[in-house]
Design a protein around this ligand. Sequence first.
Ligand code: AKG
Ligand code: FE2
Length: 310
Amino acid sequence: MNETMLSDFALSPEEKAVFERDGVVGPFKLWDADDMRAWWRELRAEILNPMNKKFAAYDNPINYDRHLDISALSRLVTEPAIVRKLQGLLGPDIFCWRTEWFPKNPGEPGTGWHQVETYRVGEIGRASLEPTRTVEGVPMELTVWVALTEATKENGCLRFIPGSHRTWYYNEHGHIQHASNKKEADPLKHSFFGYDYSELKLSPDWEPEEQQLVHFEMQPGEFVIFTARCVHGSLPNTSRKQRMGFTIRVVPTHVQVYTGMSEFDEFGHHFNLSRYGCVLIAGEDAYGHNRIASHNAHGEPFKTLPRHYT
Ligand SMILES: O=C(O)CCC(=O)C(=O)O
Ligand SMILES: [Fe+2]
């Protein structure tokens, strides 16, 4: 791909301004809806095939980091149409530190409002991400949420409170208990993966529902970019179709990931990091803070987009 084609993927100054103002920008089109539908059909079969699970980094049902073993996902996280946009917001050198699935099945409640930055692990509350520099105006983490199916108000699209990334409304360092550890837990209140995230609200009077909200309805093949500091969640799925999102979580290379950890527990599951590595999706790593996965579990190299600021 030559430089002219790559620059087509860059964010415009207007899009950058939207991100700075809102903490979220998009949706952008990665692929045509039909192409994504076909891709997702194939990928789904691969994920459901138990034979493939042995290549996964973790021996647990939480599907973190399947880009480390499923070739189609290894390619997705390095898509220039995504990575070039990220360079415009994070700078030239970027790691993908995690990927996650976000299924929402018919009848499931929406994801509760939340706001995070350092991704505290489990209930012990150690930060997954530790920046080693602060760069004015540059976030220390971003998420790309890719719509593998359509995401509508009926089946649980994402929603955001634009501009909320500039103020902390939640104490991400606070301690909350998973519903499974409580005597009684209202499932509707524990809609942040079994946690009642509203317990972390800094001001009990602040109600996200009363703020100005934006819903992101998306076609299959579209994506949004946001900082998880922007208060976000999703609607319930009141439709008969599954909604599926795939997130690519990224950091500038100065951020230390899972500092000093060789394993952790989260959501009731154990993660052994012996097969874990960050993927350098753009530029160079001048810091050497993190272990890098240069190949996926099948020995296929990850592509790295060259250094570029826009
Ligand atoms: O997909 C959802 O419902 C929530 C997604 C989310 O919270 C995230 O990507 O950080
Ligand atoms: Fe989130």
